[in-house]
Design a protein around this ligand. Structure first.
Ligand SMILES: NC(=O)C1=CN([C@@H]2O[C@H](COP(=O)(O)OP(=O)(O)OC[C@H]3O[C@@H](n4cnc5c(N)ncnc54)[C@H](OP(=O)(O)O)[C@@H]3O)[C@@H](O)[C@H]2O)[C@@H](O)CC1
Ligand SMILES: Nc1ncnc2c1ncn2[C@@H]1O[C@H](COP(=O)(O)OP(=O)(O)O)[C@@H](O)[C@H]1O
Ligand SMILES: [K+]
Length: 514
């Protein structure tokens, strides 16, 4: 799914008006009708008080259309105008007049006034600011936002939680609506998926507000949300006359005394994702562990007993995953430096290999093209330095990926793959995956995908999706706390099978994005 910038949404609105020979007010009416349908389907006429807070722009205008339709159907509606400016938009004014047809005179809220009384069992509709927010709000509006948050009433935000920019960090973290549900217009916004700004909403759903399909289809976006529909075309089918050589030889380099499990997990995940052959390259002390726990894997031992000391082998791997459980011992740093000087095989670089690169940045130039770096946020900070907010983090990572022509995967709740100024945001995975070794599993999977012929970017997008999907499927019968990295590996097969499952009839519940 494409994630449009605010400017692109405004362009889409203009294009819709031009092509359909319609007016912006008709568009607002349509959006308001869709919003009403959403509420009506769920509320079925229930008389719970609904407090609608409308700004004076088109976000507020949509709130007024919704309010009018709810009133028309007999709902218990209270409408307030958050009068933060006298620059009311044309469509706001039209709908401000129209709601009075129902003998409702919205209460004007402005600086210094008492805020309306609300009960925590009530519903709040937040239509104060949409994507038109362009500066910090005044103190009294901030206080209103805090008041709404403190009410604990179930809050449904229209388009975006008010105070949240679609593509920027808020100046004041407390001046943003904490929404229980965001009904976003047409497509979600980037800020919904980043750790610092995603916390302002529990759930979201995209409402089709009728924007020009041609504009939406032909417009390229910098950001994409990745789900089954996006990855299905990436899948490479298995061929009847294939043999194990067809699907490549993967090499996992890592491990040190006490951390051999990481290599076992990565090698096992690499096999499960479909590599033809797998070899683990480890220090001597791990030999029995690997051979016993993973009979399918071949093992090459380094000359070092407890740490990797000199990387040399006589095989020709198609891809190499390295760094997991490897440690940063001086002999290992030396071995990695020497290895990078001669290696030309694409690498998947994780964990300690990333940390070694971070302290020896000149080595980054020796990372072959078509390689993937998989930092979690702390490892990323070591590589690119501190950032001021998540958007700054993304800009810095984009610059880093460009400089070294590498695919960078920022791991987390919504893992983001970055390459060539594009962002691919993963929509699978769950908090149960915040557990030891789940990153090692990802490294093994990416290595196995490259060995099978996926290019680095495709392997990253597909692998991250599959890893998250395996984690989601593994959750059934386990729950977040009990999920382990091994459970993710056990469900890689199910994640593949799930790609080809017939889509079920969407229920209202399933329509709502998690
Ligand atoms: N099909 C669709 O997609 C449809 C989308 N629609 C809806 O339109 C929404 C966008 O509407 P919008 O452009 O009128 O902006 P909105 O967010 O209401 O803000 C209002 C104005 O406030 C101002 N302002 C900004 N920051 C401020 C601040 N801190 N403190 C004080 N003032 C501030 C700023 O004006 P300024 O003062 O800068 O001139 C801004 O323009 C969109 O989110 C969606 O809900 C509908 O049209 C239906 C069809
Ligand atoms: N809250 C979460 N939601 C979804 N996925 C998560 C969450 N937390 C962690 N993960 C995933 O789990 C993996 C953790 O990787 P990492 O931190 O390197 O773990 P380890 O070093 O223990 O292997 C990443 O793929 C990450 O995206
Ligand atoms: K809003």
């Amino acid at each position: 799914m494409k994630i449009y910038s605010a400017d692109q949404i405004y362009e889409a609105i203009n294009s819709t008006i031009e092509k359909n020979n319609t007016t912006s007010n008709e568009l607002m009416e349509f959006a308001g009708t869709q919003l009403f349908d959403w509420f009506h389907t769920r509320m079925q006429g229930a008389q719970v008080p609904i407090h609608i807070y409308c700004g004076i722009g088109n976000n507020g205008g949509s709130g007024l259309v919704l309010g009018r339709k709810l009133l028309h159907h007999g709902y218990n509606v209270h409408v307030y105008i958050v009068n933060f400016s006298d620059k009311r938009t044309k469509d706001f004014l039209i709908n401000y007049d129209r709601i009075k047809e129902f003998k409702v005179w919205p209460r004007l809220l402005s600086s210094g006034e008492d805020f309306p009384e609300m009960d925590k069992e009530d519903i709040v509709v937040d239509a104060i600011f949409g994507i038109g927010l362009n500066r910090e709000t005044s103190d009294w509006v901030k206080n209103l936002i805090k008041y709404i948050n403190a009410s604990d009433a179930y809050t449904v935000s229209l388009d975006v939680p008010s105070g949240l920019y679609p593509n920027d960090a808020p100046e004041d973290k407390e001046a943003v609506i904490e929404s229980n549900f965001t009904l976003t217009f047409q497509a979600p916004k980037l800020s919904f998926f980043l750790p610092e700004t995603g916390v302002y909403m529990q759930r979201w759903e995209a409402i089709d507000v009728g924007l020009d399909p041609e504009y939406l289809q032909t417009t390229n976006t910098e950001v994409q949300l990745i789900d089954t529909l996006e990855v299905l075309p990436l899948y490479i089918p298995r061929e009847k006359y294939a043999h194990k050589g067809t699907y490549g030889h993967s090499l996992i380099i890592g491990g040190s005394f006490g951390k051999m499990g990481a290599v076992t997990l990565a090698s096992s995940a690499c096999l499960r994702v479909g590599t033809g052959l797998i070899t683990a390259y480890i220090p001597e002390c791990g030999y029995t562990i690997l051979q016993t726990s993973l009979p399918e894997a071949m093992v090459i031992c380094d000359e070092g007993e407890k740490n990797i000391a000199k990387i040399q082998y006589a095989i020709e791997p198609k891809s190499i995953g390295m760094g997991i459980g490897m440690g940063t011992d001086a002999v290992t740093v030396k071995a990695l430096k020497a290895f990078l000087k001669t290696n030309t095989t694409p690498l998947i670089i994780d964990a300690d290999a990333l940390n070694i690169l971070a302290t020896n940045k000149t080595l980054l130039k020796s990372v072959p093209k078509g390689s993937i770096l998989t930092p979690h946020p702390k490892e990323l900070e070591r590589l690119i330095g501190e950032w001021t907010d998540d958007f700054d983090k993304i800009e810095k990572t984009k610059a880093f990926a460009k400089k070294y022509d590498a695919v960078v995967i920022i791991k987390g709740a919504n893992t983001i793959t970055i390459y060539d100024n594009h962002l691919y945001i993963n929509n699978t995975g769950n908090p149960g995956m915040a557990t030891a070794g789940s990153g090692d599993v990802l490294t093994g999977m990416l290595t196995g995908l490259i060995s099978q012929g996926y290019d680095a970017l495709t392997a990253a997008i597909f692998g991250v999706y599959l890893h998250g999907k395996a984690g989601d499927i593994a959750l059934t019968g386990l729950g977040y706390q009990a999920l382990t990295a091994s459970d993710i590996i056990d469900h890689i097969g199910d994640a593949y099978l799930d790609l080809f499952k017939e889509p079920e009839e969407p229920s209202a519940e399933a329509e709502e994005n998690r």
